[in-house]
Design a protein around this ligand. Structure first.
Ligand code: 4NP
Length: 156
């Protein structure tokens, strides 16, 4: 199994959006037997909550399911359980290094690292910007490129 964990600060806006979008892609490509996806937050303020209303609205409009997605906090154990930990911004990467700095085994990277000539290096936080549509554009682009990268790396 190839396991991918998306990470953001609160796990209610960006990373659950990425989880839903990536899950939708792997369902459509009939890859659910070889890939699993989850998301988590650096902070624990929203543990147990469903995605933010703005994230749900974008996903509803596009008919992308977010069923069963609930906020949880990232823990050191995630480094044992996942092959890819994909963050939304530079601060997430710093925070992840503080949780576990001995991670040679797995890929820890930002989502936009997989997009060549990306418009942004980080996915802006719509919790503060209010622009969930722009976040979706970047998340969709990033997830699509990440999936291509993983397929190439694993000869799929
Ligand atoms: P996210 O956005 O990291 O994209 O889920 C945030 C959600 C909540 C908070 C911060 C960012 N918060 O401080 O509660």
């Amino acid at each position: 199994m190839i396991r991918v964990l998306f990470v953001c600060l609160g796990n209610i806006c960006r990373s659950p959006m990425a989880e839903a979008v990536f899950r939708d892609l792997i369902v459509k490509e009939k890859m659910t037997n070889i890939m699993e996806v989850d998301s988590g937050g650096i902070g624990g303020w929203h543990v147990g909550e469903m995605p933010h209303q703005g994230t749900r609205k974008v996903l509803d409009q596009l008919n992308i399911s977010y069923e069963g997605i609930k906020a949880r906090q990232v823990s050191k154990k995630d480094w044992d359980d996942f092959n890819y930990i994909i963050a939304m911004d530079d601060q997430n990467i710093k925070d992840l290094r503080n949780i576990n700095s001995q991670n040679e085994q797995i890929v820890v990277a930002k989502l936009m690292d997989f997009v060549e000539e990306a418009r942004e290096q980080e996915v802006p936080d719509p919790y503060y910007t209010g622009n969930f549509d722009y976040t979706y554009e970047l998340v969709m682009e990033g997830c699509s490129k990440l999936l291509s990268y993983i397929k190439e790396m694993h000869n799929i």
